[in-house]
Design a protein around this ligand. Structure first.
Ligand code: NIG
Ligand code: FE
Length: 390
């Protein structure tokens, strides 16, 4: 057993209201004891117990490692041209996914694996210590199961999204594609995945199809999550809550009934500001959800089409500037909120028993994540008790 004291923490976000102030469980002039891979103690520096080694962070802020619960990292190619066209006025549509499907099918296993590793490492340098990733750019039994096998070599949080869009070769027969996604493809993919997701949207899957897909996944032991109400109003959010999905993601176009369902149910509303930024779309209204009592998570949605960012600090800044969140709420949503969306209790907090996943900021407070947008404030990252970046 090795114990390390991380001390000189000017401001520590624990996300544990029992050991610090407010919902963030904030402690000033703090210290943490890391024992092997987990947090053994957190509190005022003056009361810290003795340890084998000591590391002083010089008055900087420490936050839990970010928990990015929504990303699409298994892809080939890129969509620079599409982004350029969009920034010249063209609208975003689900159809762009087809471009990435063709490039992903053409990529080798080694290329796809290198891509996943690259973006996980890029996110890690920016403080993300837990990151989910989905399939969804293969859309054949072979390509979806290959994507999930590759993803599962890099992260435990793997989601089967065979129902991203109807595969181009079955565009004229969506019922046959739903049958494939809920049958042979599901059987091949389930062993590699923890979650099942569906893009419930005009141009992708309607409410009945989404229900059939999520229910079939659940029967195979996968837990539902859902891309819901991103581009238009629709049945996705309420279906997600009804099926007790872990999260309903996007939540951009919500009726009062959708907001009530999220506030009353156990489904986390995961907001993805990178997507609205990169598609110049209407911002999701985080304030409305929070005021109603919903649990909100923030994630990057990192993918080559609608949101090509791996930066949780950037998402925190956008959520504060444009979605009505306070800096405290946004930091909670990017850490504890993400953990709720992944139904994890071991990450997203820095209190005894949690995995020792944290980011050291070159700033006196977590508020600087929003106050100093675009500045690389994360200067040290620890995951499972080891310094992995900075
Ligand atoms: O979450 N909404 C569906 N899927 C992705 C977009 C994927 C793409 O455009 O390639 C999203 O935004
Ligand atoms: Fe997505």
């Amino acid at each position: 057993m090795t114990t390390t004291l991380l001390t000189g923490i000017g401001s520590l976000v624990t996300n544990d209201p029992e050991i610090g102030e407010g919902p963030l469980g904030l402690i000033t002039d703090a210290a943490l004891v890391i024992e092997d891979d987990h947090i053994a103690w957190a509190g005022p520096a003056g009361r810290a117990p003795g340890t084998d080694t000591v590391s002083d962070v010089g008055g900087r802020a420490v936050v839990p490692g970010f928990v990015d619960s929504h990303a699409h990292l298994v892809f080939g190619g890129d969509r620079t041209q599409e982004f350029n066209a969009r920034m010249s006025g063209r609208a975003y549509s689900a159809g762009g996914i087809r471009t990435t499907v063709a490039a992903t099918r053409a990529a080798t296993d080694e290329e796809l694996s290198a891509t996943v590793a690259r973006y996980l490492a890029e996110a890690l340098r920016q403080g993300t210590t837990t990151m989910e990733t989905k399939s969804g750019y293969g859309l054949t039994t072979h390509d979806e199961s290959r994507a999930l096998r590759i993803a599962s070599g890099h992260t435990d949080e793997v989601t089967y999204l065979g129902a991203h869009i109807v595969a181009p070769e079955l565009a004229e027969d969506p019922a046959a594609y739903v049958e494939l996604v809920t049958g042979e493809m599901l059987d091949a993919c389930a062993p590699y995945a923890k979650w099942i997701d569906v893009f419930c949207e005009k141009g992708a899957f309607d409410g009945d199809q989404a229900r059939a897909i999520l229910t079939a996944g659940r029967a195979k032991g996968l837990v539902p999550r859902i891309h819901a109400n991103q581009l238009s109003y629709g049945p996705g959010v309420q279906l997600g809550v009804e099926l007790d999905a872990a999260s309903a993601d996007h939540c951009t176009h919500l009726t009062d009934a959708d907001v009530d369902a999220l506030a009353q149910g156990g489904t986390v509303a995961t907001l993805l500001p990178g997507a609205e930024f990169s598609t110049r779309a209407q911002w999701p209204d985080a304030r409305r959800l929070l005021d109603a009592g919903a649990t909100v998570a923030l994630s990057t949605d990192c993918n080559p089409g609608s949101s090509f960012t791996s930066s949780m600090p950037f998402c925190v800044a956008l959520a504060v500037r444009d979605m009505g969140m306070t800096p405290d709420e946004a930091v909670w949503s990017a850490t504890a909120g993400g953990a709720r969306a992944l139904r994890r209790t071991d990450v997203g907090r820095l209190s005894p028993g949690a995995r020792a996943d944290l980011a050291v900021l070159d700033a006196p407070s977590h508020v600087h994540l929003a106050y100093r947008p675009g500045v690389p404030l994360v200067i040290g990252v620890w995951r499972a008790g080891e310094r992995v970046a900075g």
